[in-house]
Design a protein around this ligand. Structure first.
Ligand code: AQP
Length: 332
């Protein structure tokens, strides 16, 4: 059976981008057609400035949102990365497989290092090495497929390169995983800045739809979305009209259909925005309602995470032991 692994880092409140780019494909395909593991990758949240109390809160919230989004702990393994020490054990071997140049080329490293420098914070070394930890997250489970949004494609490609290199040097040890992207909305853009990704750690919330936003807030954000100057007609053109294309992508992702074909049904931006707002509100309504119910019972969420970590550990330990042996380390 195909093995799937993916995760989200608790660096902010989850967004519509996280949902359409990642979580929804996990719910729809991952847990039914494959053996799946989904992880709150909390160690990755330590690669940038963080507040410990907020990290704890967000980690619980992300786990609760996994369940609220429809991930069923009877069908898939839900856990927290730092609860399974095999991830960090394997990460060191990945650092010994990757090169400095390879890690410095990562787009996210360049962007986030520039941001940290501009704000006067030092750049944490872990920001550079984080793709090695991400490779370990994936390879520790003999993962076949990694469903992510477009922004994570480069890291999964690096993971493939590291797996192939390790296997060539030390003998076949790892399954080489492949990335899977959603067909639409693989990169949901910020509603106020449609040339930038909608990101949960961005400073301004005006262009970001959070999964737990109230319907009125979602509607306001969508109705104020930046559209493009031009003749006012609605056309799907990601380069020339990124704002409208983003709205059409979101509408297509929520209601089905093809974004370019949907454009033909609109004369102006107002009607399009109203339909997008309504579609997003309806898409997220059940998630928000289930989250409220689950958040009232944190002990149940903790129980799910404990059971998930035990299952994950049992899967990862033999793979990581195999890698330690292959690379030449003596068994304890
Ligand atoms: N805008 C997006 N569109 C589609 N998919 C997205 N994902 C993230 N943003 C979008 C996908 O969600 C999964 C988890 O993302 P993450 O936790 O690795 O990172 P992030 O949400 O991109 O947040 P950061 O890095 O903390 O901060 P930002 O984004 O503000 O720079 C991944 O599968 C990702 O592809």
């Amino acid at each position: 059976m195909t093995r799937i692994f993916s995760g989200i880092k608790p660096t902010g409140h989850l967004t519509l981008g996280n949902y359409l780019g990642a979580v929804r494909q996990w719910v729809e395909a991952g847990q039914y057609e494959a053996e799946s593991l989904f992880c709150v990758v909390d160690l990755h949240a330590l690669t940038v400035e963080h507040d410990p109390a907020r990290l704890r809160r967000l980690s619980r919230q992300v786990a609760t949102l996994f369940l609220a989004s429809g991930l069923d702990p009877e069908r898939c393994t839900l856990f927290v990365q730092s609860h399974v020490s095999e991830h960090t054990r394997l990460a060191y071997l990945m650092e010994c497989t990757a090169t400095d140049g390879e890690l410095r080329r990562m787009i996210q490293y360049k962007e986030k290092a520039a941001k940290a420098q501009a704000s006067g914070d030092g750049v944490r070394l872990s920001l550079l090495t984080y793709p090695a930890l991400m490779a370990a997250d994936i390879l520790a489970y003999d993962t076949d497929e990694v469903p992510v949004g477009e922004d994570q494609r480069q890291h999964v490609e690096l993971t493939r390169d590291l797996a192939v290199r390790f296997n060539q040097r030390y003998g076949h040890t790892f399954t080489v995983p492949k990335v899977t992207l959603p067909t639409v909305a693989a990169r949901v853009m910020d509603l106020q800045d449609p040339r930038s990704k909608m990101g949960k750690s961005h400073d301004s919330a005006a262009g970001i739809v959070y999964l737990l936003d109230e319907p009125g807030v979602i509607t306001k954000k969508v109705m104020r979305a930046v559209t493009d100057s031009g003749d006012g007609g609605v056309a799907y053109d990601r380069d020339a009209r990124p704002g409208v294309a983003n709205l059409l992508d979101v509408l297509a992702a929520c209601t089905g259909g093809d974004p370019a074909a949907l454009a033909d049904g609109y004369q102006g931006y107002g009607a399009l925005k109203r339909d997008v707002a309504e579609a997003v509100v309806e898409l997220l309504r059940p998630v928000r309602e289930r989250h409220a119910a689950l958040a009232a019972d944190p002990a149940e969420v903790e129980r799910v995470l404990r059971a998930g970590a035990a299952r994950a550990r049992a899967l990862a330990a033999p793979v990581v032991d195999r890698a330690y042996e292959a690379i030449g380390l003596l068994a304890p």
